[in-house]
Design a protein around this ligand. Structure first.
Ligand SMILES: [Zn+2]
Ligand SMILES: [Zn+2]
Length: 341
């Protein structure tokens, strides 16, 4: 009972270990894992170049409160929750000037030992900031584990100034791209999915979205044809592919917006004539992570089934089969891959 299974990063790979069950202190909360989604950033942490020290993985978690520390009055053992792995301080320069996810505190706090653990500790700062959300009765904990990725997508759409009726091209139909497609449908936008992988194009098609194969189609021309000859009002890059960035800019209408969302590999350079951006007044923006407002909104959207979480969750693996989960995730054949206890 004092040992728990957890996935940790050691020497550039993910290993399943038995670790001591985290102990909580004053103001902290211990959560028993229900589900934690695998995210591209986890893979980056496992496989990426920065393996110095231990990398914390697993941040799209949901679970049940097992224990609350002294002073935590608003949560009780047995509460079904989604904790946010990061949160901002609320009163630094960045927080007060519209960049809460750039708050120096934002990335300093995280689950211990991580979200892929039978039990994990939510640190005092996150609890004090109220960044733990009770899951409404009508929502399963598996569905609720989509809260954080959905919140990130919501923030990107807000920053992009999306409007009903817009044609929005989504480059990359991975788990995030798929969430975007669902969100755009609920917002009354015309989504166009772009990918190079057959299974992902089929998935977009199964969601009722027009899908373009970037390895064959003349994507920018087709996107223009689908939008009265103009091009996409908004292009979202939900992949790390640098080729997609160039195609997305070309596919965007005059005065439109391109939103960088997927993380390109470190050092990525793009061969792009920047005068085109100015002449055609195409805005290039980025969106990184999510705030608490978006977490709250994401839970509401999931509860109201405006995004169909059950359609997006394609795989579930228990902690001890993490390696298999990683293989499925990296093959690109799955959408949302969940790790369960
Ligand atoms: Zn994530
Ligand atoms: Zn701050």
């Amino acid at each position: 009972m004092n040992r728990v299974k957890a996935v940790l990063v050691e020497g550039g790979r993910a290993v399943v270990l038995e670790v001591e069950r985290p102990k909580i202190g004053k103001g902290e909360v211990l959560v028993r894992l229900a589900a934690c989604g695998l995210c591209g950033t986890d893979v980056e942490r496992i496989r990426g170049g920065y393996t110095a020290g231990r990398q914390v993985i697993g941040h799209e978690a949901s679970g049940v409160v097992e224990e609350v520390g002294e002073g935590v009055e608003w949560l009780r053992r047995g509460d079904r929750v989604v904790p946010h792995h990061h949160t901002n301080c609320g009163d630094c320069y960045y927080c007060l000037n519209g960049s809460p996810t750039m708050c120096p505190e934002y990335r300093r706090h995280h689950f211990d030992p991580g979200g892929f653990s039978e039990y994990f500790r939510v640190p005092e700062f996150i609890v004090r900031r109220g960044a733990i959300y009770k899951v409404p009765g009508g929502l399963s904990l598996e569905e609720a584990s989509l809260t954080e990725p959905l919140a990130c997508c919501l923030r990107a759409l807000e920053r992009s100034g999306v409007r009903q009726g817009w044609t929005v091209a989504v480059f990359g139909v991975g788990p995030m791209g798929a969430i975007f497609l669902e969100l755009l449908r609920s917002l009354g936008c015309e989504a166009v999915a772009v990918d190079v992988k057959e299974s992902r194009l089929r998935f977009a098609d199964s969601l009722g979205v027009r899908a373009l194969d970037a390895s064959r189609a003349d994507v920018d021309r087709e996107v223009r044809e689908l939008s009265g000859g103009r091009g996409a009002d908004l292009s979202i890059i939900a992949t790390g592919s640098s080729a997609a960035i160039v195609t997305a800019i070309r596919s965007t209408r005059n005065g439109g917006t391109v939103c960088l969302f997927g993380l390109p590999p470190r050092g990525t350079k793009v061969d792009q004539d920047f005068s085109e951006l100015l002449v055609r007044e195409v805005s290039l923006i980025s969106s990184n992570a999510a705030t608490e407002e978006e977490m709250v909104e994401a839970i509401r959207i999931l509860e109201e089934r405006r995004v169909r979480a059950s359609r997006l969750i394609t795989h579930r693996f228990p902690i001890e089969r993490f390696e298999e989960a990683l293989r499925v995730f990296e093959s690109g054949d799955g959408m949302k891959v969940l790790i369960t206890p």
